[in-house]
Design a binder for this molecule. Structure first.
Ligand SMILES: Nc1ncnc2c1ncn2[C@@H]1O[C@H](COP(=O)(O)OP(=O)(O)O)[C@@H](O)[C@H]1O
Ligand SMILES: [Mg+2]
Length: 342
Protein backbone atom coordinates (compact mmCIF):
# COMPACT_ATOMS: atom_id res chain seq x y z
CA UNK A 1 0.00 0.00 0.00
CA UNK A 2 1.35 3.37 -0.95
CA UNK A 3 0.30 6.77 0.36
CA UNK A 4 -3.28 7.35 1.53
CA UNK A 5 -5.30 7.12 -1.66
CA UNK A 6 -6.73 3.67 -0.87
CA UNK A 7 -9.70 2.61 1.22
CA UNK A 8 -10.60 4.16 4.55
CA UNK A 9 -9.00 1.23 6.40
CA UNK A 10 -5.75 1.57 4.49
CA UNK A 11 -5.84 5.30 4.97
CA UNK A 12 -6.31 4.98 8.68
CA UNK A 13 -3.43 2.50 8.95
CA UNK A 14 -1.22 4.96 7.09
CA UNK A 15 -2.32 7.79 9.37
CA UNK A 16 -1.89 5.75 12.52
CA UNK A 17 1.55 4.59 11.43
CA UNK A 18 2.59 8.12 10.52
CA UNK A 19 1.25 9.49 13.83
CA UNK A 20 3.13 6.83 15.80
CA UNK A 21 6.43 7.31 13.97
CA UNK A 22 6.19 11.09 14.37
CA UNK A 23 5.40 10.76 18.07
CA UNK A 24 8.42 8.47 18.51
CA UNK A 25 10.63 10.89 16.60
CA UNK A 26 11.51 8.32 13.94
CA UNK A 27 10.36 10.25 10.86
CA UNK A 28 7.87 12.81 9.56
CA UNK A 29 4.67 11.66 7.78
CA UNK A 30 5.88 13.32 4.59
CA UNK A 31 8.96 11.08 4.57
CA UNK A 32 6.99 7.83 4.50
CA UNK A 33 7.37 5.99 1.20
CA UNK A 34 5.27 2.90 1.89
CA UNK A 35 3.04 1.32 4.55
CA UNK A 36 2.68 -2.40 3.83
CA UNK A 37 0.26 -4.40 6.03
CA UNK A 38 1.80 -7.70 7.18
CA UNK A 39 -0.16 -10.91 6.70
CA UNK A 40 -0.76 -13.48 9.36
CA UNK A 41 -1.97 -11.35 12.23
CA UNK A 42 -5.48 -11.83 13.59
CA UNK A 43 -5.13 -9.65 16.66
CA UNK A 44 -3.56 -6.48 15.41
CA UNK A 45 -2.89 -3.99 12.69
CA UNK A 46 0.72 -4.57 11.86
CA UNK A 47 2.71 -3.06 9.03
CA UNK A 48 6.17 -2.55 7.58
CA UNK A 49 6.78 1.17 7.14
CA UNK A 50 9.49 2.38 4.79
CA UNK A 51 11.02 5.83 5.02
CA UNK A 52 14.38 6.94 3.67
CA UNK A 53 16.58 3.86 3.56
CA UNK A 54 14.91 2.30 6.61
CA UNK A 55 11.99 -0.02 7.21
CA UNK A 56 10.45 -0.45 10.66
CA UNK A 57 7.53 -2.53 11.89
CA UNK A 58 4.57 -0.86 13.64
CA UNK A 59 1.93 -2.69 15.63
CA UNK A 60 -1.45 -1.64 17.08
CA UNK A 61 -3.74 -4.06 18.99
CA UNK A 62 -7.27 -4.56 17.58
CA UNK A 63 -10.33 -4.57 19.89
CA UNK A 64 -11.94 -7.51 17.99
CA UNK A 65 -9.88 -10.38 16.68
CA UNK A 66 -10.19 -11.56 13.08
CA UNK A 67 -11.33 -15.12 13.82
CA UNK A 68 -14.61 -16.91 13.05
CA UNK A 69 -16.03 -16.83 16.58
CA UNK A 70 -16.66 -13.48 18.33
CA UNK A 71 -13.57 -12.75 20.36
CA UNK A 72 -13.04 -9.34 21.90
CA UNK A 73 -9.93 -8.41 23.82
CA UNK A 74 -8.70 -5.30 25.63
CA UNK A 75 -6.31 -3.15 23.59
CA UNK A 76 -4.13 -2.65 26.71
CA UNK A 77 -2.51 -5.92 25.64
CA UNK A 78 -0.40 -3.89 23.20
CA UNK A 79 1.34 -2.35 26.16
CA UNK A 80 1.77 -5.79 27.76
CA UNK A 81 3.42 -7.00 24.58
CA UNK A 82 5.81 -4.07 24.53
CA UNK A 83 6.63 -4.63 28.21
CA UNK A 84 7.38 -8.31 27.59
CA UNK A 85 9.64 -7.46 24.64
CA UNK A 86 11.50 -4.91 26.79
CA UNK A 87 12.11 -7.49 29.52
CA UNK A 88 13.11 -10.23 27.08
CA UNK A 89 15.43 -7.90 25.21
CA UNK A 90 17.43 -7.37 28.40
CA UNK A 91 17.74 -11.15 28.90
CA UNK A 92 18.04 -12.57 25.37
CA UNK A 93 18.64 -9.58 23.04
CA UNK A 94 19.33 -11.75 20.00
CA UNK A 95 15.90 -13.37 20.39
CA UNK A 96 13.87 -10.13 20.26
CA UNK A 97 13.43 -7.31 17.73
CA UNK A 98 15.10 -4.00 18.50
CA UNK A 99 12.50 -1.67 20.03
CA UNK A 100 11.95 1.94 18.97
CA UNK A 101 9.31 2.93 21.52
CA UNK A 102 5.70 2.78 22.65
CA UNK A 103 3.12 5.58 22.39
CA UNK A 104 0.10 5.69 24.72
CA UNK A 105 -1.48 8.29 22.50
CA UNK A 106 -1.33 6.07 19.43
CA UNK A 107 -1.79 2.75 21.25
CA UNK A 108 1.08 1.09 19.45
CA UNK A 109 4.80 0.59 19.16
CA UNK A 110 7.57 0.42 16.61
CA UNK A 111 10.24 -2.24 16.32
CA UNK A 112 12.89 -3.54 14.01
CA UNK A 113 11.49 -5.09 10.83
CA UNK A 114 13.16 -8.46 10.32
CA UNK A 115 13.52 -9.53 6.72
CA UNK A 116 15.93 -11.03 4.25
CA UNK A 117 17.10 -14.43 3.08
CA UNK A 118 18.13 -15.51 6.60
CA UNK A 119 14.70 -14.83 8.11
CA UNK A 120 11.67 -17.13 7.99
CA UNK A 121 8.56 -17.81 10.06
CA UNK A 122 9.13 -21.02 12.07
CA UNK A 123 5.63 -22.29 11.23
CA UNK A 124 6.42 -22.24 7.51
CA UNK A 125 9.58 -24.28 8.03
CA UNK A 126 7.75 -26.80 10.23
CA UNK A 127 4.94 -27.24 7.69
CA UNK A 128 7.45 -27.58 4.88
CA UNK A 129 9.15 -30.36 6.85
CA UNK A 130 12.49 -28.53 6.84
CA UNK A 131 12.80 -27.46 10.47
CA UNK A 132 15.40 -29.34 12.48
CA UNK A 133 15.55 -30.01 16.20
CA UNK A 134 17.98 -27.11 16.68
CA UNK A 135 15.21 -24.60 16.03
CA UNK A 136 13.05 -26.21 18.71
CA UNK A 137 15.88 -26.26 21.24
CA UNK A 138 16.65 -22.62 20.41
CA UNK A 139 13.08 -21.67 21.31
CA UNK A 140 13.26 -23.77 24.47
CA UNK A 141 16.44 -22.01 25.62
CA UNK A 142 14.98 -18.55 25.06
CA UNK A 143 11.79 -19.42 26.87
CA UNK A 144 13.66 -21.05 29.75
CA UNK A 145 15.96 -18.02 30.05
CA UNK A 146 13.06 -15.58 30.28
CA UNK A 147 11.17 -17.74 32.75
CA UNK A 148 14.25 -18.18 34.91
CA UNK A 149 15.12 -14.47 34.89
CA UNK A 150 11.59 -13.63 36.01
CA UNK A 151 11.92 -15.56 39.27
CA UNK A 152 15.00 -13.56 40.34
CA UNK A 153 14.60 -10.91 43.05
CA UNK A 154 15.65 -8.15 40.61
CA UNK A 155 12.68 -8.81 38.32
CA UNK A 156 9.74 -6.38 38.65
CA UNK A 157 6.47 -8.26 38.00
CA UNK A 158 4.25 -5.19 38.48
CA UNK A 159 3.59 -4.52 34.74
CA UNK A 160 2.46 -8.12 34.31
CA UNK A 161 -0.47 -8.59 36.67
CA UNK A 162 -2.59 -9.38 33.64
CA UNK A 163 -4.53 -12.47 34.68
CA UNK A 164 -7.82 -10.86 33.56
CA UNK A 165 -6.50 -10.28 30.02
CA UNK A 166 -4.89 -13.71 30.07
CA UNK A 167 -8.23 -15.28 30.92
CA UNK A 168 -10.00 -13.36 28.13
CA UNK A 169 -7.32 -14.11 25.53
CA UNK A 170 -6.19 -17.63 26.37
CA UNK A 171 -8.21 -19.45 29.01
CA UNK A 172 -11.70 -18.54 27.80
CA UNK A 173 -11.16 -19.15 24.04
CA UNK A 174 -9.15 -22.33 24.51
CA UNK A 175 -10.10 -24.11 27.72
CA UNK A 176 -13.44 -22.71 28.90
CA UNK A 177 -15.00 -22.63 25.41
CA UNK A 178 -13.80 -26.21 24.76
CA UNK A 179 -15.27 -27.28 28.11
CA UNK A 180 -18.72 -26.28 26.82
CA UNK A 181 -18.26 -28.55 23.80
CA UNK A 182 -17.06 -31.51 25.89
CA UNK A 183 -19.30 -31.52 28.96
CA UNK A 184 -17.90 -34.86 30.21
CA UNK A 185 -14.41 -33.30 30.41
CA UNK A 186 -15.56 -29.86 31.54
CA UNK A 187 -14.51 -30.22 35.16
CA UNK A 188 -10.90 -31.09 34.18
CA UNK A 189 -10.70 -28.22 31.70
CA UNK A 190 -12.22 -25.67 34.05
CA UNK A 191 -10.10 -26.79 36.98
CA UNK A 192 -7.00 -26.32 34.80
CA UNK A 193 -8.17 -22.88 33.60
CA UNK A 194 -8.84 -21.74 37.16
CA UNK A 195 -5.42 -22.94 38.36
CA UNK A 196 -3.66 -21.22 35.45
CA UNK A 197 -5.49 -17.99 36.17
CA UNK A 198 -4.35 -17.98 39.81
CA UNK A 199 -0.73 -18.96 39.08
CA UNK A 200 1.94 -16.31 39.60
CA UNK A 201 5.24 -18.17 39.22
CA UNK A 202 7.03 -16.72 36.17
CA UNK A 203 6.64 -14.23 33.34
CA UNK A 204 4.56 -16.07 30.76
CA UNK A 205 4.66 -14.99 27.09
CA UNK A 206 1.26 -16.52 26.41
CA UNK A 207 1.44 -17.12 22.64
CA UNK A 208 4.57 -19.16 21.95
CA UNK A 209 3.28 -20.41 18.64
CA UNK A 210 5.49 -21.12 15.59
CA UNK A 211 3.66 -18.44 13.65
CA UNK A 212 4.85 -15.89 16.20
CA UNK A 213 8.48 -16.93 15.98
CA UNK A 214 10.84 -15.78 13.26
CA UNK A 215 14.02 -17.75 12.71
CA UNK A 216 16.97 -15.48 11.98
CA UNK A 217 20.24 -17.21 11.08
CA UNK A 218 18.77 -20.36 12.65
CA UNK A 219 18.03 -18.69 16.01
CA UNK A 220 14.54 -17.72 17.20
CA UNK A 221 13.12 -14.21 17.56
CA UNK A 222 9.96 -14.23 19.65
CA UNK A 223 7.13 -11.86 18.73
CA UNK A 224 3.52 -11.27 19.64
CA UNK A 225 3.59 -11.22 23.44
CA UNK A 226 0.14 -9.63 23.81
CA UNK A 227 -0.95 -12.21 26.35
CA UNK A 228 2.05 -11.68 28.65
CA UNK A 229 1.25 -12.22 32.31
CA UNK A 230 2.65 -13.58 35.52
CA UNK A 231 1.51 -17.17 35.45
CA UNK A 232 2.41 -20.83 35.23
CA UNK A 233 5.37 -21.68 32.96
CA UNK A 234 3.57 -24.86 31.88
CA UNK A 235 1.33 -22.71 29.71
CA UNK A 236 4.13 -21.47 27.43
CA UNK A 237 5.77 -24.88 27.26
CA UNK A 238 2.57 -26.78 26.50
CA UNK A 239 1.35 -24.12 24.08
CA UNK A 240 4.50 -24.44 22.00
CA UNK A 241 4.85 -28.22 22.24
CA UNK A 242 1.22 -28.56 21.19
CA UNK A 243 2.13 -27.15 17.79
CA UNK A 244 4.80 -29.79 17.33
CA UNK A 245 2.25 -32.50 18.10
CA UNK A 246 -0.34 -31.04 15.74
CA UNK A 247 2.20 -30.91 12.96
CA UNK A 248 3.36 -34.46 13.71
CA UNK A 249 -0.22 -35.62 13.12
CA UNK A 250 -0.52 -33.63 9.92
CA UNK A 251 2.89 -34.54 8.48
CA UNK A 252 3.49 -38.29 8.77
CA UNK A 253 6.84 -38.06 7.02
CA UNK A 254 8.11 -35.53 9.58
CA UNK A 255 6.47 -37.27 12.53
CA UNK A 256 9.47 -38.93 14.10
CA UNK A 257 11.56 -35.80 13.70
CA UNK A 258 8.88 -33.58 15.22
CA UNK A 259 8.34 -35.91 18.17
CA UNK A 260 12.11 -36.05 18.70
CA UNK A 261 12.15 -32.24 18.59
CA UNK A 262 9.41 -32.26 21.26
CA UNK A 263 11.64 -34.24 23.62
CA UNK A 264 14.70 -32.14 22.81
CA UNK A 265 12.69 -29.00 23.51
CA UNK A 266 11.75 -30.28 26.94
CA UNK A 267 15.31 -31.35 27.70
CA UNK A 268 16.69 -27.92 26.75
CA UNK A 269 13.93 -26.05 28.57
CA UNK A 270 14.01 -28.09 31.78
CA UNK A 271 17.71 -27.30 32.26
CA UNK A 272 16.57 -23.75 33.15
CA UNK A 273 14.00 -24.76 35.73
CA UNK A 274 15.42 -23.58 39.04
CA UNK A 275 12.23 -22.45 40.77
CA UNK A 276 10.58 -25.86 41.27
CA UNK A 277 11.14 -29.56 40.73
CA UNK A 278 11.18 -29.95 36.91
CA UNK A 279 9.23 -33.20 37.17
CA UNK A 280 6.32 -31.34 38.78
CA UNK A 281 6.35 -28.85 35.95
CA UNK A 282 6.52 -31.75 33.49
CA UNK A 283 3.39 -33.23 35.03
CA UNK A 284 1.42 -29.97 34.74
CA UNK A 285 2.64 -29.50 31.17
CA UNK A 286 1.73 -33.05 30.18
CA UNK A 287 -1.76 -32.62 31.68
CA UNK A 288 -2.34 -29.31 29.93
CA UNK A 289 -1.06 -30.49 26.55
CA UNK A 290 -3.98 -32.73 25.55
CA UNK A 291 -6.38 -30.00 26.67
CA UNK A 292 -4.71 -27.54 24.32
CA UNK A 293 -4.70 -30.22 21.64
CA UNK A 294 -8.46 -30.56 22.00
CA UNK A 295 -8.80 -26.77 22.03
CA UNK A 296 -7.06 -26.59 18.66
CA UNK A 297 -9.86 -28.59 17.06
CA UNK A 298 -12.89 -27.60 19.13
CA UNK A 299 -11.93 -24.25 20.72
CA UNK A 300 -12.38 -20.73 19.35
CA UNK A 301 -9.12 -20.77 17.39
CA UNK A 302 -8.84 -24.13 15.56
CA UNK A 303 -5.71 -24.72 13.46
CA UNK A 304 -6.46 -24.31 9.78
CA UNK A 305 -4.29 -27.06 8.29
CA UNK A 306 -5.81 -30.25 9.76
CA UNK A 307 -8.09 -32.34 7.51
CA UNK A 308 -11.40 -33.64 8.90
CA UNK A 309 -9.84 -37.04 9.54
CA UNK A 310 -6.87 -35.48 11.29
CA UNK A 311 -9.20 -33.38 13.43
CA UNK A 312 -11.12 -36.51 14.42
CA UNK A 313 -7.86 -38.26 15.28
CA UNK A 314 -6.64 -35.33 17.39
CA UNK A 315 -10.00 -35.15 19.16
CA UNK A 316 -9.93 -38.85 20.06
CA UNK A 317 -6.29 -38.79 21.11
CA UNK A 318 -6.68 -35.65 23.23
CA UNK A 319 -9.80 -36.95 24.92
CA UNK A 320 -8.20 -40.24 25.88
CA UNK A 321 -5.03 -38.54 27.16
CA UNK A 322 -7.09 -36.15 29.31
CA UNK A 323 -9.06 -39.01 30.82
CA UNK A 324 -5.96 -41.14 31.46
CA UNK A 325 -3.95 -38.26 32.94
CA UNK A 326 -0.64 -39.07 31.33
CA UNK A 327 2.01 -37.06 33.17
CA UNK A 328 5.38 -37.84 31.50
CA UNK A 329 6.41 -36.42 28.13
CA UNK A 330 8.09 -39.64 27.02
CA UNK A 331 4.80 -41.45 27.56
CA UNK A 332 2.86 -38.77 25.66
CA UNK A 333 5.22 -39.09 22.72
CA UNK A 334 5.03 -42.89 22.82
CA UNK A 335 1.22 -42.78 22.79
CA UNK A 336 1.02 -40.26 19.96
CA UNK A 337 3.49 -42.17 17.87
CA UNK A 338 1.70 -45.48 18.46
CA UNK A 339 -1.82 -44.19 17.82
CA UNK A 340 -0.85 -42.17 14.78
CA UNK A 341 0.58 -45.31 13.17
CA UNK A 342 -2.48 -47.48 13.75
N1 LIG B 1 9.20 -7.18 13.73
C1 LIG B 1 8.78 -7.92 12.70
N2 LIG B 1 9.54 -8.09 11.60
C2 LIG B 1 9.11 -8.85 10.57
N3 LIG B 1 7.91 -9.47 10.52
C3 LIG B 1 7.11 -9.34 11.59
C4 LIG B 1 7.49 -8.55 12.72
N4 LIG B 1 6.48 -8.61 13.63
C5 LIG B 1 5.54 -9.38 13.08
N5 LIG B 1 5.90 -9.82 11.86
C6 LIG B 1 5.11 -10.70 10.95
O1 LIG B 1 3.74 -10.36 11.06
C7 LIG B 1 2.96 -11.48 11.53
C8 LIG B 1 1.91 -10.98 12.51
O2 LIG B 1 2.56 -10.36 13.63
P1 LIG B 1 2.09 -10.65 15.11
O3 LIG B 1 2.93 -9.83 16.03
O4 LIG B 1 2.12 -12.12 15.33
O5 LIG B 1 0.62 -10.08 15.06
P2 LIG B 1 -0.80 -10.65 15.61
O6 LIG B 1 -0.87 -10.23 17.04
O7 LIG B 1 -1.82 -9.95 14.79
O8 LIG B 1 -0.78 -12.15 15.42
C9 LIG B 1 3.99 -12.42 12.18
O9 LIG B 1 3.57 -13.76 12.06
C10 LIG B 1 5.24 -12.15 11.36
O10 LIG B 1 5.24 -12.96 10.20
MG1 LIG C 1 0.65 -13.52 15.84
Amino acid sequence: MMKPEGSQIEKSLFERSAGLLEALGLCRASEILEVRPLAGGVASDIAAVRFGARTVCVKFALPKLRVAADWYAPVSRGRSEFNWLLVARAIVPEATPELFGWSDEHGGFAMEFLSGPDVHVWKAALLAGISDGREATGVARVLGSVHRASVQAAFDPSPFHNSGDFDALRLEPYLRFTAERHPDLASDLIEMADALKLANKVLVHGDVSPKNILMRDGGPVLLDAECATMGDPCFDVAFCLNHLILKSVHLPRSRDRLLAAFLKFWEAYSAHVCWEDPSELETRTARLLPMLLLARVDGKSPVEYLTRDEQAFVRGLARSLIVQRVDRHAELVRRISLEARS
